[in-house]
Ligand binder design. Structure first.
Ligand code: PMP
Length: 407
């Protein structure tokens, strides 16, 4: 554990105030006190409608909101704050791109490539685009360890490909996808890439300029920040040519009965009252990442994942889904226990104070592809400890016996 940062648990009131082992951070992360304080500060000291009023309080709310955009641009190394659109979550960010970019620029002669490993959020919006435009929809299939072979990438990303939807890290297997390789192939045939960073941005350094993704989405609530805020990063030249998705207040320059002139970026895509307090909380989360260092957090998460993988994989009747290399699990261990339904696994663990997820993880086509109906999933973040992992593994080790199987 030399050089590995501490858990920083003292920063997380919920973790300090309860006796649970929280192993469900892929669903949502816990929040440090500084984020909770920032959200509260917004309502106690800044509350007014951002981007609306010309009085001091509203202008203060506007600058708080815009400072969050600056923090996010810095966090993912975007060229400009105009490339950062705030949405409600990753799902609404992908839908924005699908309804706006997809329905405007994809035609029936085009191909949309979606990986089979996508969360439904980065699959169904593109299926909708294919249905509405008549475009061909192709699924890029991963191997059992979650990787994509060069042959499969080449089979799918052909000259007719217009859009490739791919997650950077699978929320089921935790596999790290070779995003750079896929983006390169997509760009070689002129296709745009929607990268789903919901499970990667909170856990590893993301540089959108180095990555060269056309779109990247993520959810604030999975990266220590409040629920109700998502981010759509888009290359400026693409966002400029895209029509608005939602129309209404504050996304216009002028309206007459005959004509509408839309506001410039990013307001063109932020119709209606925004989540000012949530965005301000996200800014605090970014500052927290910057203070501790995401590389150090990632290093701790790799250590914890390796520790959990080794202990869990040593149990009889437990099958870990995905790669046999713990480094290719990015904090996520999905597993089945022979003869026990994942819902029972989760319920028994709950009785022992261990919180994990069970079900299809909003990725039913992936589970079907891997030949699994449903699974249990433990997911880690730097604030977890080896003690929590021990508690989890010990609980799992007794499940079959508690379900009536012999030792
Ligand atoms: N993509 C992935 C890979 C996810 O894990 C999730 C959340 N489970 C989403 C998208 C959707 O995120 P949200 O529910 O915050 O919109």
């Amino acid at each position: 554990m030399n050089n590995i940062i501490s858990s920083h648990r003292e920063d997380f009131p919920l973790l300090c105030g309860t006796d649970i082992a929280y192993l469900d951070s892929a669903a949502t992360s816990q929040k440090p006190q500084c984020v909770i304080n920032a959200e509260r500060e917004f309502y106690e000291q800044l509350n007014s409608n951002p981007l609306r009023g010309f009085y001091d309080l509203s202008m203060a709310a506007t600058s708080a909101y815009e400072s969050a955009r600056e923090a996010v641009a810095r966090f993912i190394n975007a060229k400009s704050t105009k490339e950062i659109i705030f949405t409600n979550n990753a799902t609404s960010a992908i839908n924005l791109a699908a309804y706006s970019y997809g329905l405007s620029f994809v035609t029936r002669c085009d191909r949309i490539v979606v990986s089979i490993a996508e969360h439904h959020s980065n699959m169904l919006p593109w299926r909708m685009v294919a249905e509405k435009t008549g475009a061909e929809l192709v699924y890029m299939r991963c191997e059992k360890d979650g990787s994509f072979s060069d042959e499969e990438i080449e089979r799918c990303i052909t000259r007719s490909a217009k859009l490739v939807a791919i997650g950077a890290v699978s929320n089921v297997t935790g596999a790290r996808v070779p995003l750079e390789r896929i983006i390169e192939s997509a760009h070689a045939v002129g296709a745009a890439v929607m990268a789903d960073g919901a499970q990667s941005v909170p856990h590893m350094k993301t540089d959108v300029q180095a990555l060269d993704a056309d779109f990247l989405v993520f959810s604030a609530h999975k990266m220590l920040a409040p629920m109700g805020v998502g981010v759509l990063y888009g290359k400026r030249e693409l966002l400029e040519k895209m029509p608005p998705f939602l129309t209404g207040g504050e996304m216009i320059d002028s309206v007459t009965t005959d004509e509408v002139v839309y506001a410039p970026l990013p307001q063109k895509f932020e119709a209606g009252t925004v989540n000012g307090a949530g965005a301000y909380g996200l800014k605090a989360a970014v500052e927290y990442y910057e203070k501790i260092g995401i590389d150090k957090m990632e290093q701790r998460e790799r250590y914890l994942t390796g520790y959990a993988y080794d202990r869990l994989s040593a149990l009889p009747h437990v099958n870990i889904i995905g790669s046999s290399d713990p480094d290719n699990h990015a904090g996520i261990l999905s597993f089945t226990v022979d003869g026990v339904h994942p819902h029972d696994v989760s319920e028994i663990l709950n009785g022992d104070g261990v919180c994990i997820r069970a079900g299809h993880h909003c990725a039913q086509p992936l589970l079907a592809h891997l030949g699994v109906y449903s699974s249990s999933r433990a997911s880690l973040m730097f604030y977890n400890t080896t003690d929590e992992i021990d508690r989890f593994v010990e609980s799992v080790s007794t499940i079959r016996e508690r379900m009536g199987y012999g030792k």
